[in-house]
Each structure stands twice: as C-alpha cells, then as structure tokens.
Ligand binder design. Structure first.
Ligand code: A3P
Length: 280
C-alpha cells in the first residue's frame, strides 16, 4: 500500500460487501485507471468534471477510503480498486471493468508516479534502475504485476467482467467507449447507440483534455516532477529500460504467463522488447 493510505481503510475496504449494481474499475496501478474511471463516470453520471471536482471523492479508491465511505456513494456506486481478483469484494450482480497495460510501459509510468508523489513515497531522487529492481521482484504498491494480471485473467470471461487493454483504448477509444457502455447497460446503453455522445466522451477523455485541470484526478506535484497525466501512449519504456532490463522483463513475462492465455497478450510489444534486449 502507498504509505499515505491508512491501514484501517485497507482492512475496511477488504470487508466491503459488494452490492448489486456496483461498478468497479479494477486495475494494477498505472494501467489506465483514471482514464477508464472518467469514461465510466461520463457514461453513468452524464456530466463532465469541473475544475473543482475531485474524482477521488466522486469515484473513490476502495482500499484507501474503506467500506463506510463507499457505502455513502449514490447508486450505482462507482468504485476504484487496485486489489487482485482474489481479494476484491465480489458480487455476481456487480460489474467489474478490468483494464490492463503492458508491463513495460506500466513499469515506466509507475516509476514516474513513485518519484512524483513525494508525500506517499521517499523516492524523489530514485532512479529507474532502483525502481526496476522493486518492480521485477513485486516489491511495489499493490504487489506483483503478474500476480495481479493472472488473478484477473482467470476471471476475465465471467459475465460481469469486461476485459480492456490500455493499448486498445489508445488504438480506438470510441470502440472501447461503446463496449463499456454496452457492458454497463442501463442508461449508459443509450450512449452506445448515440454517436454524438460517444464523440463527446471521446473528446472529454482524450489525453489532451485530461491533461487540463489535473487536480481533478491528482494532488498537485512539486515543481520539476512529472504530471499525473504524463505522456500516455505506448513505447515510452525504451526511454528508461536497458537491454538487460528488457531481457529480464521478457523472461519474467514468459515464465509467469506460460500455460495461460495471458501469454498471448501484447505480441508486438513483446517482439519489440526481445529485439531491443537481444538485438535480434
Ligand atoms: P504515463 O505515465 O505512461 O503517461 P493510472 O490512472 O492507472 O494511474 O494510469 C496513469 C497512466 O495513464 C499515465 O501513463 C497517464 O498519462 C495515462 N493516461 C491518463 N489519461 C490518459 C488518456 N486520456 N489517454 C492516454 N493515456 C492516459
């Protein structure tokens, strides 16, 4: 857990009883949580966030705020979580939008996040090399990337789980918005059939738009630290990874996903990482 999160919130969050109608956005950190939260927010609540709104209050993080705060949310409750599928409160009549991102870009994004949140981490001067050792050993907030990936992957075909990749959002956000609207049903379904509303949500949740008024999603960063909505996209991992680090993460990916469908995720990124690592 981030050191700024109260332990009581975590314990209470674990004990939350998920209710029919609850909508969870479930991710490992830095995999597009906030982007998906804002899509879900717009689909369900139908209004954009103003500069003084705070997504963390309107769509809170379960294991930060605990069950009581979640219980006060209006229906349907919109809940963020980084818990693995084995720990997350489960209800077959709740919905879980699960977003994953390739581990290379995730690690780099997580590194910048850890540098920038100076009140949560003592890592402002940390290097990527330091962070990489923590990441590959699973000694980072919310634990090991692959444990999280595999726990959710095992549930991805359940009727109340929608599996989305950050890379698919990046390739075609409109299609993902329609998929999420269809999955959520209810009033969100009207958006799935309304091209102008899909356009509006795509514009509101575009990278450029979400870079504005970042206090809507994040506490302010000290000068010189990376923004929360930082760079976006795919492939920034090469700015930080050495070939040797890429080889180690490729090996971890292959070893940990072997024998599961997750091994087939991100074939192009894995191929590129192998080329970068081995020069082949
Ligand atoms: P980078 O650090 O690679 O830029 P999370 O919300 O899970 O913490 O994920 C944060 C990552 O999602 C950051 O990645 C951030 O820039 C990216 N992101 C946030 N909003 C985005 C958007 N609208 N489009 C593309 N990427 C977005």
């Amino acid at each position: 857990m981030p050191m700024g999160f109260p332990v009581a919130g975590f314990e209470s969050g674990l004990g939350y009883r998920a209710a029919p109608g609850d909508i969870f956005v479930a991710t490992y950190p830095k995999c597009g949580t906030t982007w998906m939260q804002y899509i879900v927010w717009l689909l369900v609540r139908g209004r954009s966030l103003g500069a003084d709104d705070r997504l963390t209050e309107l769509f809170p993080h379960l294991e930060e705020v605990g069950a009581d705060t979640i219980g006060t949310l209006p229906q349907p409750r919109l809940i963020k979580t980084h818990l693995s599928a084995s720990l997350v409160p489960w209800n077959t009549d709740a919905k879980y939008v699960w977003v994953v991102r390739n581990p290379f870009d995730c690690a780099v994004s997580f590194f910048h996040h850890t540098r920038g949140f100076v009140h949560h981490y003592d890592f402002a001067d940390g290097t990527f090399d330091d962070f990489f050792e923590c990441f590959i050993e699973g000694r980072v907030d919310f634990g090991d990337y692959f444990d999280h990936l595999l726990s959710w992957y095992a549930r991805k075909d359940e009727a109340n789980v929608l599996f989305v990749t950050y890379e698919a959002m990046h390739a075609d956000a409109r299609s993902v918005i329609v998929d999420v609207a269809t999955f959520l049903g209810g009033t969100a379904l009207e958006t799935a059939e309304d091209a102008a509303r899909v356009d509006w949500i795509a514009a509101e949740t575009s990278f450029g738009s979400m870079r504005r008024d970042q206090r809507r999603w994040s506490s302010e960063r000290p000068p010189g630290m990376p923004d929360f909505v930082r760079k976006g996209g795919i492939g920034d991992w090469r700015s930080c990874f050495s070939p040797e680090q890429a080889a180690r993460l490729v090996e971890a990916f292959e070893r940990r996903t072997a024998g599961t469908g997750a091994a087939a995720l991100w074939p192009e990124i894995l191929a590129e990482a192998r080329r970068y690592a081995y020069g082949a």
